[in-house]
Design a protein around this ligand. Structure first.
Ligand SMILES: Nc1ncnc2c1ncn2[C@@H]1O[C@H](COP(=O)(O)OP(=O)(O)OP(=O)(O)O)[C@@H](O)[C@H]1O
Length: 991
């Protein structure tokens, strides 16, 4: 133990250049200089008992002047360049040779050391002897005197470190105890940190527990790399408290420097790996792009996305949200699972038109009207309403007008009207198809937590159109349904509500989007399926089907020019005469709209295009004066049999001449033969109804489908059986019940109807009845076939044929009352399309006739009935029931539309008969209930009992008939409005 070491008064001194040996430290030095070799030889190697030597720090001349050094002024001396744990090279001769006047600065304190190990070596080839010595520092001493002993020095020394007894006393000092604890704690910390890095600190830990703390201080400090000055000051710290506090400071400093170094290393390592990774990925990306030939954009695409987002004009709160999302994206690697979804989301945010709008020029209503007229024929009322709508927008651009909803059968121009509104407003048009949408998420989008989530159709539409104020068409709004996935209609409610759509919340977008600038227009085939709250937010504008005359005009003015243009033709190449268009309408289409008509016309245009393209010799037809130069050229080329690909046309010739030159031989006029060839044999003909009702048991009904009204035949037959009723044709429960009711009623009235001789006779005895609704693949339901079923059964049992020109609709009760049904307008139009001129309707549907275009009504006979007997009366050629003449209906249903009421009132004031465009061209429809057509008055005048001056124009009827003061139920139809009179008087006039 160092405390018990007896220090001699004189010690041979080994110089230690710029290094300090501290007590407790162990060093290995290599002695090569003659002086140190001599010292080792004499003091250590040759002595039996190895003594102590003093190791004294020596300062280099450059470093001199600091600290307490002794300068004995002994001229040249050896100086060892000590390397801890390596070799100490002392080569005084060399130094002396270089600088003989060099002064060696000895430190005045050193450490006595004991040799733990010695080894001798001989350098080759010089043969010089060297020693390697392992020394252990034992205790401090101070130099009293330094003197030479041969080539090396000896010093008279004084012990500085405390002896054992002194130590024991000093250790009682509470300050020292405190300092010791502090030192130990710091040392422990250091050990803990080192432990994480290297596992070999176990020994040092053991030292902490066994070695006295003052020695520990030296040992710890000796193991760090500290400056020579600090080493010296440690050597000079003879006082224990000073030594401990200095050591604590140094250990702590070392600890901190390790921690900082560790942090830096971690950071550097992290950065390195990240940048290496990025570098690698970029290299890969570049390679992929090069492979794809797409290496033009080297710029960071996230940065590009950010720029795009900046220019999107998002509101501040949404911009903040977008930035947050962008930051998240930046932290992700492209291969990470959420990367592409996050990127897609940001792309959407950047693409949405937050601010962008289509510039709306000052609205010119006249131009808008012209544009509407140009695109659509007829539809006067609808266009008028659109102009009103536009006028309101002109006066109050931010007006929250109603949402227009065009309702009508397919192909009547609902969609194209909506796009015309966009054109008139110079706004972009976007169509959102809602047909079959059952999932609310289709409207509102899926939340981003779902895999493959997407924005809703509205947001998607806005992204496509890239402006926030388009005209948005919600197409087929009646075809949305609801199921477990929610109710799309409820989302649409929010969209169409001006109060709510300012902050429309798409689940995917997750930030509000302002839809208030969008003009919404909706279309539907039927009103009924539209949920009432949704309907409440819209203004329904009905577009009835077109009459054949209207279809003809539409075809001539709009469809044919459009179809020709679409096929690269003109009227110079293909002419479709009116007569042929009429035939197409009659024989090939039977629809409310004009879509099939357009399709058929397109088929003709395609066939014509082929024909014209096939005409190879067309170019040769150029007249000589038009093209004298090239015809000869052509002739020669044709003679060679070569193909002509290009012709040179002189500049002086105008286009008209050219087209004339081409036109005449190529003009193709569509004729019946071409119709048949291209469109096939006629699909419909007017005799169809007659053919189908040629046998008893068949009646003609009118039904309502989503394609508008339809004619529905009902076929009944009987065969041997047990009285069963068979029903076929994909029928629903309601229609099956109607059939039961019809059969029951017919059986109950069999005797009255003269279907059987006596009332007790069972009509179904040994018979089965089979009723079939043709077009078996189409599902049918509803109560409106009641009257048709009865007629069919009566026809079957009576074996009388039903009139081919009469169609009917109406629900029937078991007692024979005829109840009103829906879809009257479409049904009447359907009958008209089929060429059926008589229609039997329930009397309570009289009001619905006002909706039927008067042009249609004019050519038809509408028979209103209250009871099934009335139906039977009208449905057969000969009367089924002996009915008394019922001409007592003294009601004139007076429900004029407002406009005509005003006119009528004015006329009344002036006490003048009503004249004018409305009245003069009025069509009078008088419904004679229970009157045999043969017995009708030939001519009559309609007058109001209290207003005799109001006269409708007389109508010529085929038969002559004398009748006095007949009061009839009548419907007066004016071209644009129907007036159904309450009570009127028919005063007969003789022929
Ligand atoms: N009155 C009209 N004048 C000119 N063209 C018309 C008219 N009505 C319809 N058309 C033309 O008929 C075609 C079909 O019209 P559109 O697609 O608008 O029908 P729709 O009522 O929207 O049908 P759907 O209910 O099936 O969507 C269009 O080419 C349209 O221009």
């Amino acid at each position: 133990m160092a405390e018990s070491v007896e220090l001699p008064s004189r010690l041979a001194i080994l110089p230690f250049r710029n290094q300090v040996l501290l007590p407790g430290a162990i060093i290995r030095i290599r002695c090569t200089s003659p002086s140190s070799v001599k010292l080792v030889e004499q003091e250590l190697w040759q002595k039996e008992e190895k003594g102590l030597i003093g190791v004294l720090p020596v300062r280099d001349t450059e470093a001199a002047g600091v600290g307490s050094m002794i300068a004995p002024g002994m001229g040249s001396d050896s100086a060892g360049r000590g390397l801890k744990g390596a070799d100490v090279v002392g080569d005084s001769q060399k130094q002396d040779a270089k600088n003989p006047q060099e002064v060696i600065h000895w430190h005045n304190r050193g450490v006595a050391a004991r040799a733990l190990h010695l080894s001798r070596g001989v350098e080759k080839p010089s043969g010089r002897v060297t020693y390697i010595v392992v020394l252990e520092g034992l205790c401090r001493f101070s130099v009293q005197e330094l003197s030479a002993r041969g080539t090396y020095y000896v010093a008279r020394v004084n012990r500085l470190d405390l002896t054992k007894a002194e130590l024991e006393q000093a250790e009682q000092d509470p300050d020292l105890i405190l300092l010791s604890r502090q030192f130990k704690a710091t040392a422990m910390e250091l050990i803990a940190v080192l432990e994480q890095k290297q596992k070999t600190v176990g020994r040092t830990k053991a030292l902490l527990e066994t070695v006295p703390v003052h020695r520990l201080a030296d040992i710890f400090v000796a193991s760090f790399e500290i400056s020579f000055e600090e080493q010296l000051s440690m050597l000079d710290s003879v006082d224990l408290k000073v030594r401990l506090s200095k050591a604590t400071e140094l250990v702590d400093r070392h600890l901190q420097s390790i921690r900082v170094a560790e942090k830096i290393t971690q950071k550097v390592e992290g950065q390195l790996s990240k940048s290496q990774k990025e570098f690698l990925l970029r290299q890969q990306m570049r390679a992929i792009k090069e492979e794809l030939g797409d290496n033009d954009d080297d710029e960071d695409d996230v940065a590009a996305l950010e720029r795009k987002m900046q220019s999107a004009g998002m509101p501040p709160n949404i911009w903040k949200h977008a930035q947050r999302e962008l930051r998240r994206l930046r932290k992700m690697q492209p291969q990470q699972p959420g990367y592409s979804s996050s990127r897609g989301y940001l792309e959407l945010l950047a693409d949405l038109p937050w601010q962008k709008v289509s510039e709306e020029p000052e609205l010119d209503l006249k131009a808008a009207q012209e544009s509407l007229d140009q695109d659509h024929y007829g539809l006067v009322k609808v266009k008028q309403r659109i102009i009103e709508y536009l006028a309101v927008r002109k006066l109050k651009p931010d007006a929250r007008g109603p949402v227009l909803c065009f309702v009508g059968p397919p192909g009547v121009g609902k969609t194209s009207l909506a796009s015309s509104i966009a054109k008139a407003l110079n706004r972009k048009f976007v169509r959102i198809s809602l047909g079959g949408v059952k999932d609310e998420a289709d409207i509102r989008g899926h939340r981003r937590t779902y895999v493959g989530s997407m924005p809703g159709r509205l947001i998607d539409g806005l992204k496509r159109v890239a402006v926030s104020n388009p005209v948005m068409l919600l197409d087929e709004i009646d075809k949305t349904g609801s199921d477990v996935r929610g109710d799309p209609a409820s989302a649409l409610l929010e969209v169409l509500d001006p109060e709510q759509n300012k902050t429309f919340n798409d689940h995917y977008l997750n930030v509000p989007f302002d839809l208030s600038k969008v003009i919404f227009v909706a279309t539907a085939n039927r009103v009924q399926p539209i949920p009432p709250p949704l309907l409440d937010r819209m203004e329904v504008i009905e577009l009835p089907g077109y009459t054949p005359e209207e279809k003809l005009k539409i075809a001539m003015k709009h469809l044919i020019p459009r179809v020709l243009e679409q096929h690269g033709l003109s009227s110079e190449f293909l002419q479709i005469p009116e007569g042929m268009v009429k035939l197409i309408i009659q024989r090939y289409t039977r629809e409310a709209g004009v879509r099939n008509l357009e399709r058929n016309l397109a088929a003709l245009a395609r066939a014509a295009a082929v024909k014209i393209a096939e005409q190879k010799d067309c170019v040769v037809q150029l007249s000589k004066d038009v093209h004298p130069m090239t015809t000869s050229l052509l002739d020669t080329r044709l003679a060679d049999g070569s193909d002509i690909e290009m012709e040179v046309i002189p500049m002086s010739i105008n286009r008209q001449d050219i087209s004339n030159a081409f036109a005449s031989p190529l003009t193709l006029a569509v004729d019946e033969a071409m119709l048949e060839k291209v469109l096939g044999p006629p699909r419909f003909d007017d005799k169809e109804t007659a053919d189908r009702v040629a046998t008893p048991g068949v009646s003609v009904g009118l039904v309502w489908t989503s394609f508008g009204g339809e004619v529905q035949f009902v076929e009944a037959t009987m065969m041997v059986g047990k009285g069963d009723l068979h029903l076929t044709g994909q029928l629903g429960d309601v229609i099956k019940e109607s059939a039961q009711i019809a059969l029951t009623w017919v059986r109950a009235r069999a005797a009255d109807l003269k279907l059987s001789a006596a009332s007790e006779i069972n009509l179904l005895e040994n018979r089965d009845i089979h009723i079939h609704f043709p077009a078996g693949a189409v599902p049918k339901d509803g109560p409106s076939a009641g009257v048709t079923l009865v007629t069919s059964l009566v026809s079957l049992f009576s074996q009388k044929k039903v009139r081919a020109d009469t169609a009917m609709t109406g629900e029937m009760t078991l007692r024979g009352l005829v109840l009103p049904v829906g879809g009257i307008k479409d049904k009447v139009l359907a009958a008209h399309r089929y060429g059926i001129r008589r229609v039997i309707l329930p009397a309570r549907n009289l009001k619905d006739l006002a909706e039927v275009p008067s042009a249609i009504l004019a050519g038809m006979e509408i028979l209103l009935v209250k009871r099934i007997e009335d139906v039977l009366e009208q449905a057969f050629e000969a009367a089924m029931l002996p009915l008394p003449l019922q001409l007592k209906a003294v009601q004139l249903l007076w429900r004029p539309k407002k406009k005509s009421l005003v006119r009528l009132q004015q006329a009344e004031k002036r006490k003048k008969p009503l004249h004018g465009p409305g009245c003069e061209a009025s069509k009078l429809k008088v419904l004679f209930l229970g009157v045999d057509a043969a017995k009708l008055p030939r001519a009559y005048t309609l007058t109001h009992p209290q207003r005799p001056h109001l006269q409708a124009h007389p109508r010529q009827l085929p038969q002559s008939f004398q009748i006095k003061n007949l009061i009839l139920r009548a419907t007066v139809s004016f071209p644009h409005h129907s007036i159904i009179c309450h009570s009127c008087q028919v005063s007969q006039s003789s022929d």
